[in-house]
Design a protein around this ligand. Structure first.
Ligand SMILES: [Cu+2]
Length: 105
């Protein structure tokens, strides 16, 4: 008769829920009257930070009315995304400057 010894292996896997993804800061640049990248994906709770490299002020104005952020010349400004959905935005001073944020829950 053979006796076998087996080592018990304990595997502790602690899985955190899907809702615990950490918030990110997404950087969008305004340079030479162009918003880049023109479209970004984000999640609720993420921050969008705009960097205005131009010598004049811009705004990031949501067409939904959710936010209207002024980014003075050569500065940065940010907003936290509070709800899901695609949000198109533009600059009130230069309406040809347009971009989009796709926000997931
Ligand atoms: Cu502008």
């Amino acid at each position: 008769m053979e006796s076998k010894r087996t080592l018990p292996v304990l595997c502790l896997a602690i899985l955190l829920g899907a809702g615990s993804a950490k918030a990110e800061v997404i950087v969008v640049t305004m340079d030479s009257m162009t918003i880049s990248p023109p479209e970004v994906s984000a999640k609720v709770g993420d921050t969008i930070q705009w960097i205005n490299k131009d010598l004049f002020d811009h705004t990031a104005t949501a067409r939904t009315g959710d936010w209207d952020v002024v980014i003075p010349a050569k500065t940065t400004a940010a907003t936290v995304l509070k709800k899901a959905g695609p949000i198109a935005y533009y600059c009130r001073f230069h309406p040809n400057m347009k971009a989009m944020i796709r926000i997931e829950q």
